[in-house]
Design a protein around this ligand. Structure first.
Ligand SMILES: C[S@@+](CC[C@H](N)C(=O)[O-])C[C@H]1O[C@@H](n2cnc3c(N)ncnc32)[C@H](O)[C@@H]1O
Length: 332
C-alpha cells in the first residue's frame, strides 16, 4: 500500500473504485495530474503501464520513489549519517528564506544538514525515497499540512498549550525534529516499494508538454485542480520545489476564466490518438458540472459514475461531504 504522504486532494480512499471503472482493453495509462501518486501507484499494482506526471517536483520524487522504482529501498544508515551532517554555506543560503517563514531558525539549520546530505551522498531511487521522507517531515511539522500558512499562525498553533486550550489537541508532532519524522516513516516507505508488472515512467511537466511528449496512449486520467476547490498546489507545496530550484513553468488551471478553454484544448489534442479520457470531477466545481459534461460530450460518448463518500463526524452520526464523480469519455 502507498504510504501516507499527506497530499491534499489525494484519491487514496476511492482509488479501487476508480480503477475498476477502466475499460478492459486499456494497457497504458497517462496520469496527467498525479499529485501524491495514489492513482498511479494503484495502476502500477493493477498491472498497467503507467506514465505519472505532475508539475511539482515534490510529486516527481514521490512518483519516482513508489511508482517507477521497483526494488530500491533506503537503509537506516543514511538517516544516521544525515543527522547532524554539516551543510555547505550554499545549501544554508538557499534555505535561509524558510527561517521564521515556515520553521524556527534552528530547524532550518537541521533541514539544511538533511538537504546537504541528500545532495552530497545519495542518488537515484534512494535519493527519491529520502526526499519523499523529508517532504513528509516538512508537512507534518506545519499546521494544516501545507506551506502557505503565515508565520504568526504557525507559531500560535505550534504552541502546544494554546493548541490544547483552543482545540483540545496538543499536536506535539509539529514540534518533533525532521529526522524524528523521517525515522518514524522509513519502514512504511520502504515496505511500499514493489515490482510492477510493466515499466512505469515519471515526468515533471506541464500538462500540455506532457501530451506533446506522449501524443498517444490508451487512457488519459485527469484529476486537475478545479477552480472553486482547494486548488493552490503551488502555494501548498511550492516552497519544497524552491529548496531544490526545480520549478517548471505551467499553465494555471485554478482560474475559472481559462479553465474550460484549457480543457477543450486538451480534449482536442488527445481525442484522435487516445482511446479514452477518464476525468475526476466533483459536484462543487466551477464552471458547473453540467456545463463541463456538455463540453466533453462533444468529443465522444460520456458515462458518469458516482460514489458517495461518508465521513465519520462523531459517534454514529455521519455527514455526506463530497460526491466523487468520474466521467469516462470514449472517443469515436
Ligand atoms: C487534485 S491534485 C491530484 C491528486 C492526485 N490524484 C492524488 O491522488 O494525489 C491536482 C494536481 O495537479 C497538479 N497540476 C496543477 N497544474 C498543473 C499543470 N498545469 N500541469 C501538470 N500538473 C498540474 C498539481 O500540482 C496537483 O498535484
Amino acid at each position: 500500500m502507498l504510504p501516507n504522504v499527506n497530499y491534499i486532494g489525494n484519491k487514496k480512499k476511492i482509488v479501487d473504485w476508480l480503477i475498476q471503472l477502466i475499460p478492459s482493453d486499456v494497457i497504458s495509462v497517462v496520469d496527467g495530474f498525479s499529485g501524491g501518486g495514489s492513482v498511479s501507484y494503484s495502476l502500477k499494482s493493477a498491472g498497467y503501464r503507467v506514465i505519472a506526471n505532475d508539475m511539482l517536483y515534490s510529486s516527481f520524487e514521490l512518483n519516482k520513489a513508489f511508482v517507477e522504482n521497483n526494488e530500491v529501498i533506503l537503509s537506516y544508515e543514511h538517516l544516521e549519517n544525515a543527522n547532524h551532517y554539516n551543510a555547505s554555506e550554499n545549501v544554508k543560503k538557499r534555505l535561509s528564506s524558510l527561517s521564521q517563514k515556515l520553521y524556527f531558525p534552528d530547524e532550518v539549520e537541521e533541514l539544511a544538514g538533511l538537504v546537504g546530505y541528500a545532495e552530497d551522498c545519495l542518488q537515484g531511487y534512494q535519493y527519491s525515497i529520502y526526499l519523499s521522507l523529508l517532504r513528509r517531515a516538512m508537512i507534518r511539522k506545519l499546521p494544516y499540512s501545507r506551506m502557505n500558512i503565515n508565520w504568526d499562525n504557525i507559531t500560535k498553533l505550534r504552541d502546544e498549550e494554546y493548541s490544547y486550550e483552543k482545540y483540545g489537541r496538543r499536536r506535539a508532532y509539529h514540534n518533533q525534529s525532521f529526522i524524528e519524522h523521517m525515522y518514524s516513516a522509513i519502514d512504511e516507505y520502504n515496505m511500499s516499494v514493489f515490482k510492477g508488472k510493466r515499466a512505469a515512467t515519471v515526468e515533471q511537466l506541464d500538462i500540455f508538454d506532457l501530451i506533446e511528449k506522449y501524443p498517444s496512449a490508451d487512457l488519459l486520467y485527469m484529476d486537475p485542480p478545479y477552480p472553486g476547490t482547494m486548488n493552490n498546489y503551488d502555494a501548498f507545496y511550492g516552497p519544497f520545489d524552491d529548496m531544490f530550484t526545480k520549478h517548471v513553468k505551467h499553465i494555471d488551471l485554478t482560474s475559472s476564466e481559462n479553465f474550460m478553454q484549457y480543457m477543450e484544448d486538451i480534449f482536442n489534442l488527445v481525442s484522435k490518438k487516445y482511446k479514452y479520457v477518464m476525468i475526476s470531477l466533483n459536484n462543487s466545481i466551477k464552471p458547473s458540472f453540467s456545463e463541463f459534461v456538455k463540453m466533453i460530450s462533444e468529443y465522444g460518448n460520456v458515462e458518469i459514475f458516482e460514489k458517495k463518500h461518508n465521513y465519520q463526524v462523531s459517534g454514529s452520526k455521519t455527514k455526506e461531504k463530497n460526491m466523487e464523480l468520474v466521467a469516462l469519455v470514449t472517443f469515436n
